[in-house]
Design a protein around this ligand. Structure first.
Ligand SMILES: Nc1ncnc2c1ncn2[C@@H]1O[C@H](COP(=O)(O)OP(=O)(O)O)[C@@H](O)[C@H]1O
Ligand SMILES: [Mg+2]
Length: 336
């Protein structure tokens, strides 16, 4: 089980020497700004949101590729920041990543065998027979079979889908507890997207690993995700069972996201129009709800006070208008 609590990652807006003289030197990009969630064994959590909302930064912190500015990541009860360097390497081995770009994340001078065996070698495995056996098993698991057809090949001779399978084989060869797939299908042809989704789903079922599936595209999540976390501007604005959120979204942002896809699940309600404008920058905190400028139902309070995630009809949502008790809110237009 992986448990993330109040995870924060800020980046300086300007870096290097320029920062000494820049008026913006104290400014920060709040890439991830207080995110909490849990993923149980064999569970699939979808993290969904527009480009720039902090999905990849969250993923990189989980995999140990970025250090959190604040907050904690616990895997099976163990806190990553309590560990010494050597143990941390072991710890983060439990979390493997599959990246968006199956071309960019492969060393072009390696052949297929080298790509898949590399994590084993890196972890200190020297037994050549054992390495070969595990490479063949991993390739078989991801559907690169018969493996002999691929082993000596260079990855640039593979198709996009085969290359993503290769990346998945490399990610599962150390039997991780968690797989974080960051937009694994967004660069693939439509025809093979579903093959990769089905593959991930099968791996979860067969191996019991937990999956964090990151996407900006809600159309695929009902097939693979048990639960969803909808992110906006570095924060989770709605989280709960996938089917509940897809069929009866509560947060205005989630409603708009769902309204913009053709058909998330049969019978889904559609009541919101497309959202206008773009996500604001994550630099200037407003003190209010991050979605206020684009929200069709915002009230005055939304501009000055930030809503917290609270329980609402079987999920958690961060919206002042969804308080289960309390005075009914009046849309801004009517308040005036
Ligand atoms: N290394 C970095 N330095 C500065 N800003 C960054 C860095 N990485 C990401 N950001 C910023 O953090 C925000 C979130 O980025 P990211 O996590 O990549 O979003 P997503 O994956 O959802 O598209 C964006 O505004 C992005 O520009
Ligand atoms: Mg990203």
């Amino acid at each position: 089980m992986i448990e993330v609590t109040d995870l924060v990652r800020h980046y300086p807006v300007v870096t290097g020497l320029r920062a000494l003289f820049s008026a913006d030197r104290h400014k920060l990009v709040r890439a991830v700004d207080g995110v909490s969630f849990r993923v149980g064994d064999g569970e699939v959590l979808g993290i969904v949101g527009e480009s720039g909302c902090g999905k990849s930064t969250t993923a990189k912190m989980l995999a140990g590729l970025e250090a959190p500015t604040a907050g904690s990541i616990r895997i099976n009860g163990q806190d990553a920041s309590d560990l010494r360097d050597r143990d941390r390497k072991e710890f983060h081995r439990e979390v493997q990543m599959v990246f968006q770009d199956p071309y960019g994340s492969i060393n072009p001078s390696h052949d297929v065998f080298q790509v898949v065996s590399r994590p084993l070698v890196y972890q200190g495995e020297r037994d050549r027979k054992a390495i070969r056996r595990r490479v063949l098993a991993a390739m078989d698991q991801v559907g690169l079979s018969p493996p002999d057809l691929y082993l000596g090949k260079h990855p640039h001779l593979l198709s996009g889908g085969q290359r993503q399978r290769l990346c998945i084989a490399r990610a599962i060869i150390l039997n991780p507890t968690f797989l974080v797939a960051d937009e694994p299908i967004s660069m693939l042809d439509v025809s093979i997207k579903w093959d990769i989704i089905r593959l991930l789903r099968r791996l979860v079922r067969e191996t019991g690993l937990s999956l964090i599936y990151i996407t900006h595209d809600l159309a695929t999540v009902s097939t693979i995700c048990d639960r969803l976390a909808i992110m906006y501007l570095g924060k989770i604005v709605e989280t709960g069972p996938a089917l509940k959120i897809l069929t009866a979204p509560a947060h205005p942002y989630t409603k708009a996201l769902i309204a913009s896809i053709p058909s998330p699940v049969p019978g889904a309600r559609r009541e919101a129009a497309d959202i206008k404008g773009a996500m604001p920058d994550a630099i200037t905190p407003t003190g209010g709800c991050g979605f206020v400028d684009r929200c069709p139902v915002a009230v005055k309070r939304c501009a000055v006070s930030e809503p917290a995630l609270t329980r609402y009809q079987g999920r958690d949502a961060a919206c002042h208008l969804l308080a289960e008790s309390g005075p009914a809110a009046v849309p801004i237009a009517m308040e005036a």
